[in-house]
Design a protein around this ligand. Structure first.
Ligand SMILES: [Zn+2]
Length: 83
C-alpha cells in the first residue's frame, strides 16, 4: 500500500514503546515529504519519538471505514489484504 491509499483508508498511529507516547502520523505531510507512491511499510524506519528520541516505534493502523460487513466485503472484493 502506498501513502496515498493509506491516507484515504487508514489512521496511522505511531506509539513509542519505552515512553508510551502515541501520535497520529500526518500522512498528508508524509506524502509531501516522500511522494504519494512511497510504500507505507518504508515509513516506519523514519519515525523517531519526539519525546525520548528512541526509535522503538510500534505502528497501529485503524481503518477509517466502519468495519461493517458491507465494507469488509468491499475490501475483500477490491483484493486488499487484512493486516
Ligand atoms: Zn519515546
Amino acid at each position: 500500500m502506498n501513502l496515498l491509499e493509506a491516507n484515504e483508508q487508514l489512521y496511522y498511529i505511531a506509539s513509542c514503546d519505552p515512553c508510551k507516547r502515541a501520535v497520529e502520523i500526518d500522512l498528508a505531510a508524509m506524502i509531501q515529504r516522500f511522494g504519494w507512491d512511497y510504500d507505507l511499510d518504508k515509513l516506519r524506519p523514519h519515525l523517531r519519538c519526539t519525546r525520548c528520541g528512541r526509535r522503538r516505534i510500534i505502528i497501529t493502523t485503524l481503518w477509517k471505514q466502519a468495519t461493517t460487513t458491507t465494507s469488509l466485503k468491499a475490501q475483500i472484493l477490491k483484493g486488499s489484504e487484512p493486516r
